[in-house]
Design a protein around this ligand. Structure first.
Ligand code: NAD
Length: 348
């Protein structure tokens, strides 16, 4: 993309849809306005009372329509239900606006392709809200596990109060599909999926085992009918420094298990049993030691980092880390998984 003519101009942003997540987009744009030479010009929501409440909370205005929001700004976040993403995003791209659309980008592959094409034709930024890519946990993992051989992810939550217009694969598992595709960087050779509906018409629990052409295997589980919340990733990494890494996206902390050096001293039983803040030798065999150490992750709010990146991409007219093309790969894989689940269901 060509560089913008005036990189010092104040960029104007708006948020469409200020429900559970959209109100945080509004909060963060307002925070960024203090330092990033941007302005939150207003919000729009189909629920005008909610829009007025969120606008008042964040010292901004409401727009009377999506058209009015589009006419007033350079870039917009779309944080409405998934079934509305395509209609709103295609209109805004045709208006010549930069767009950050929440995940999943759409609920249809052809529509996702059209959005990618529109962003290309109108030379506009199209970023998709795969927020875990901005989680410091993922940045750490990319550095610490250069040769992933096996990946296990768990993304569990209680049943959401908001409407579930999509199944758990598109709703939750898509985060981990996007992460493993960006992490493993190899084509998929085969996949084996299973899922069942529990409280809704679509699948509420799902698991997939992905085998990549480079030999890596990923086992992903997602549930939205779990009593507990969990967002974890565990990785076996090979190479000169083999390691097992277990990380928690919510707490932004975890442990790395590696071979110890000859200088490392024997740890007390207490240190072995309890996960201490410093490293501990947890096993020894044939003169080799396995050391567990807490990972050095600098905590930060992933959504803030994601929106900061969007602002930067709009300002510099650069392709975002999670572009429409990249998000479409995760989306197409999610569709393949749901189709496999449905096909298996039809056979029963
Ligand atoms: P929500 O139901 O709480 O909020 C959606 C809001 O959109 C509501 O206030 C509703 O009134 C408004 N709305 C509906 N149709 C509209 C339209 N045509 N125009 C304007 N406003 C409209 O939902 P949510 O949980 O905030 O989810 C919104 C989107 O964000 C979904 O696509 C969801 O998948 C995604 N999401 C992403 C993450 C993430 O981690 N990245 C987390 C939660 C939700």
């Amino acid at each position: 993309m060509a560089a913008t003519n005036d990189s010092t101009a104040k960029l104007r942003f708006a948020v469409i849809g200020v429900g559970a997540l959209g109100q945080h987009h509004a909060r963060i744009y307002r925070q960024l306005a203090a330092t990033d030479n941007i302005e939150l010009c207003g919000v729009f929501d189909a629920n005008s009372e909610l829009a007025a409440k969120i606008a008042a909370q964040h010292g901004t205005s409401t727009f009377a329509s999506i058209d009015a929001a589009s006419a007033a700004v350079d870039a917009l976040s779309i944080v409405t239900p998934t079934t509305t993403h395509f209609e709103i995003a295609s209109q805004l791209l045709r208006d010549g606006k930069h767009v950050l659309v929440e995940k999943p980008m759409t609920d249809d592959s052809q529509e996702a392709e059209t959005l990618v094409q529109l962003a290309h034709d109108y030379k506009r930024v199209l970023q998709v809200g795969h927020v875990e890519r901005f989680n410091p946990v993922f940045s750490f993992l990319q550095k610490a596990a250069p040769e992933p051989r096996f990946i296990e992810t768990h993304r569990l939550s209680p049943f959401p109060k908001r409407s579930t217009d999509i199944g758990v694969v598109l709703d939750l598992m898509i985060h981990d599909l996007d992460i493993v595709l960006a992490f493993v960087k190899s084509p998929i050779k085969s996949l084996d999926s299973v899922g069942i509906p529990v409280l809704s018409k679509s699948e509420d629990i799902a698991n997939v085992r992905l085998r990549f052409e480079n030999g890596c295997v990923a086992n992903l589980t997602a549930s939205r009918v779990s009593p507990e919340r969990m967002r974890k990733i565990r990785v076996f990494s090979a190479g000169d420094h083999p390691a097992y890494i277990s990380l928690d996206y919510r707490a932004q902390e975890g442990y790395l298990y590696r071979l110890g050096t000859s200088e490392e001293q024997k740890s007390s039983l207490l240190k072995k049993l309890f996960h201490a803040k410093d490293s501990a030798i947890v096993s020894e065999f044939a003169g080799k030691k396995i050391v567990r150490e807490p990972v050095p992750i600098e905590k930060d709010e992933p959504l803030k980092l994601e929106l900061q990146h969007f602002v930067e991409c709009v300002r510099n007219k650069q392709t975002p880390l999670v572009s429409g093309t990249s998000a479409k790969q995760a989306l197409d894989l999610a569709f393949e998984i749901t189709e496999q689940i449905r096909a298996a269901d039809d056979q029963i």
